[in-house]
Design a binder for this molecule. Structure first.
Ligand code: ADP
Ligand code: 5GP
Length: 191
């Protein structure tokens, strides 16, 4: 394993709609050393999402079996009835490939991963300019039902209250600027 990648983890966390996916995609394009950590989730695929690329879409029974088997580094019921989790096997797969996993996970999951790998984790919190703007972006993305949009907006202020647990806070007002800031901190962490 090279010095650049050995056992490192990058976490991108934020309320849903803050821009995690956009910033994560930018980082994955910019650094060959990074690989997206595909989480297991019990929600259904939306839009063009693919099993094995965006998530491992599994059913609740399968997810609960994996909890009992101790297969997860962390897992959370992020929204009512919807489980999400990072599989140990997924991190091993990426490390074996001499790459650094990028985890796009919620704030609680992020804190659990930091606690388990305190010396080798870079955690970045993406902060939206405001909850109203977050709501506008989620509506604009056009992926949510009224109910799932409301659940995301309702949770946002609570999630923002955790921001000081993380190594770096980036306010995503301007996406290009936020991507550049993320690029700088990731470069310092890797090299
Ligand atoms: P998340 O992964 O955190 O849910 P996304 O990256 O999907 O967030 O961003 C939510 C929506 O907001 C997307 O439609 C995205 O194109 C848009 N978006 C992201 N960053 C900005 C920004 N700085 N200004 C305006 N719209 C943005
Ligand atoms: P979405 O349904 O919008 O893809 O994701 C909802 C939320 O679940 C986001 O905040 C996302 O970061 C989080 N999430 C995705 N995968 C995981 C995971 O493996 N563990 C945890 N704890 N949260 C996750």
């Amino acid at each position: 394993m090279s010095q650049t990648t050995s056992g490192k983890i990058i976490i991108i966390t934020a309320p849903s709609g803050a821009g995690k996916t956009s910033i994560t995609r930018y980082l994955l394009k910019s650094f060959d050393a990074l690989a997206f950590s595909v989480s297991a989730a019990t929600r259904s695929a939306r839009g063009l999402e693919k099993h094995g690329t965006d998530y491992y879409f599994i059913d609740v029974e399968d997810f609960q079996q994996k909890i009992r088997n101790n297969d997860f580094v962390e897992w959370e019921m992020v929204y009512e009835g919807k489980y999400y989790g990072t599989l140990k096997e997924e991190l091993s797969r990426i490390w074996t490939n001499n790459q650094v996993p990028v985890l796009d996970i919620d704030v609680k999951g992020a804190i659990h991963v930091q606690q388990q790998f305190p010396k080798s984790t870079l955690s970045i919190f993406i902060e939206p300019p405001s909850v109203d703007e977050l709501s506008r972006r989620l509506k604009g993305r056009g992926t949510e039902t009224d109910e799932s949009l409301q659940a995301r907006v309702n949770k946002a202020a609570y999630e923002i209250s955790f921001k000081h647990h993380f190594d770096v806070i980036i306010v995503n007002d301007n996406l290009e600027k936020a991507c550049k800031e993320a690029d700088e901190v990731v470069r310092k962490f890797l090299f």
